[in-house]
Design a protein around this ligand. Sequence first.
Ligand code: 0GY
Length: 298
Amino acid sequence: MGAFTMDADWLVFDPSPSKPVFHLPDGAVDAHCHVFGPGDEFPYAPERKYTPCDAGKAQLFALRDHLGFSRNVVVQATCHGSDNRAMVDALRHADGRARGVATVRRDVSTNELDELHDAGVRGVRFNFVRRLVDPKPDAYYFDIIEKIAPLGWHVVLYFEASDLRERWDFFNAIESDVVVDHMGRPDVTKSVDGPDFALYLRLLDENPRVWTKVTCPERLTKVGPPHYEDVVPFAKRVVESYPDRVLWGTDWPHPNLKKAMPDDGLLVDFIPRIAVTPELQSKLLVENPTRLYWGEGQ
Ligand code: 0GY
């Protein structure tokens, strides 16, 4: 028995996903995925809001190869708080094929930031989703933004529609590149032309430095797999409107899904529904993430 027991309602990732029908282009990046523990080696944070199953780097790299990705961007998961050791360990064992996004505290030191940069971290994540974290006042995040500026890092934002209204001025005031997770979590039962999604599109329209991940059909959908039809109009609109500022990722190992675990092969098969030409696919999967995470000065 390990030191941690996963939550009773925790769903474990699919151990044998299908082989996607869609053939990923060479150099494709899974730009949103996580590692969990293993807890015995990299303990989960005391302040965490969930205890997941272990999902370590070897399993992540096996999935990368199975699906046909070349590289990963490993995003610090909230179950590890600001202890980035599991994520950094994954980066250090990836032979240059992984970059990371960290969670840091306001009092993070320059030395700690330099070490993270050396391991391959290129951004910090600010999470506003209350079931995952206790969000802080804007000033807390501004202090971190000031500290990471010399490193040229970007800020990843995870928020829901109500947070976008509440934090609008703050989000618009960030001067670095910004990446929004999961299209700001639209309610896909509403119209793609409705006011909530319009506000998120306005953020992208008014801020050329804001990027977005067109990720998580499995999290947003009401109709489910295999085609996730209800998510398509939202993601397709974004890919076609901002082709140079979109990223895609699996979100493996899919934290906090409560109904069913997705088949990661089917998630890859979702890509050509939202990026319908080889040009759009190449930007989404190769050019954009490579520029942001492995580009000049990175
Ligand atoms: C995601 C989504 C979730 C969780 C986390 O760091 C996390 O704990 O990101 C979620 O539960 O919505 O982006 O993976």
